[in-house]
Ligand binder design. Structure first.
Ligand code: NAP
Length: 259
């Protein structure tokens, strides 16, 4: 399918690996020029080079921490007037509800709520002026169905979800859509880190931990960054202009709910 966005420009945050990289690759395949961000310059540049070679689009890179004001300033300076924004950052660490104090919550809110909101505030006004824009926030299935050990993530992402619910309706009339993609378990470094946590806590092997987590997914497997990226590219496409303020689960059926 032609996504109808060839030649547009996208900022994809936290994109050197995993789901962010999946989104960057799918947008590049649709002909979108990219500004890619991550903290580590080496992996970021390596991923950008592969995308340039594979798809022939322009790719600029900014190695910066997107959760800090300075990092965002550097990224925004390079991005300029982008048509598409994909918000992403690392997820907060797991733990017990008794573990976290104010500073832990502030860090989680900075990364998974306030950073995407700051980028939306910086870039959406230009999209509205130009009459076209797409914002996709990578959140988590934990927004629909809490993952108890990820209480920091549950909290911060719920805040972003509430913000998007209202804001998306305020900007839709100017041709700008904001939606959230909710990953269930996907085969990325983050999934390996969470598998490792289960293996250590329960005294089982990494393979057993992965099998145990796979058994919670009706599809019987982890999702892939490619599948995730394809959904992101569709939400950023011309065809998705009537999809506003939605929370779309990509979880292999793991969240057991009718709606
Ligand atoms: P990943 O494979 O670990 O990749 C994370 C990417 O984000 C890397 O490119 C990393 O590069 C970059 N990054 C991390 N922190 C950053 C920061 N502060 N500033 C800029 N870049 C940053 O993780 P993932 O699985 O793709 O997960 C992406 C998001 O989806 C996370 O928030 C995660 O919690 C959420 N999620 C993932 C799953 C899953 O199963 N994979 C499920 C639910 C939710 P650098 O380290 O070099 O910065």
């Amino acid at each position: 399918m032609d996504m109808g966005i060839r030649g547009k420009r996208a900022l994809v945050c936290a994109a050197s690996k995993g789901l962010g990289l999946g989104c960057a690759r799918a947008l590049a395949e649709a002909g979108v020029h990219l500004v890619m961000n991550a903290r580590g310059a080496e992996a970021l540049e390596a991923s950008a080079s592969v995308i340039r070679a594979d798809f022939g689009v322009e790719v600029a890179t900014v190695a910066a921490d997107i959760t800090t004001e300075e990092g965002r300033a550097a990224v925004l300076a390079e991005a300029g007037a982008v048509d598409i924004l994909v918000n992403n950052a690392g997820g907060p660490p797991p733990g017990m509800w008794t573990d976290w104090d104010r500073e832990d919550f502030i860090a989680a809110l900075d990364a998974n709520m306030l950073a995407p909101i700051a980028l939306i505030k910086a870039l959406v006004p230009g999209m509205m002026e130009r009459g076209w824009g797409r914002v996709v926030n990578i959140t988590s299935q934990s927004v629909k169905s809490p993952i108890a050990i990820l209480g920091l993530s549950n909290s911060a992402r719920a805040g972003l979800t509430g913000y998007v619910a209202g804001t998306s309706r305020q900007v839709a009339g100017k041709g700008v859509t904001i939606n959230n993609l909710l990953p269930g378990i996907h085969a990325t470094d983050r999934a390996v880190a969470l598998d490792t946590g289960v293996s250590e806590r329960e005294g089982i092997t990494l393979d057993e931990a992965k099998k145990k987590r796979c058994a919670t997914i009706p599809a019987g497997r982890y999702g892939t960054p490619e599948e995730f990226g394809a959904a992101c590219a569709f939400l950023c496409s011309q065809h998705a202009g009537f999809i506003v303020g939605q929370n779309i689960l990509l979880d292999g059926g793991a969240v057991n709910a009718t709606l």
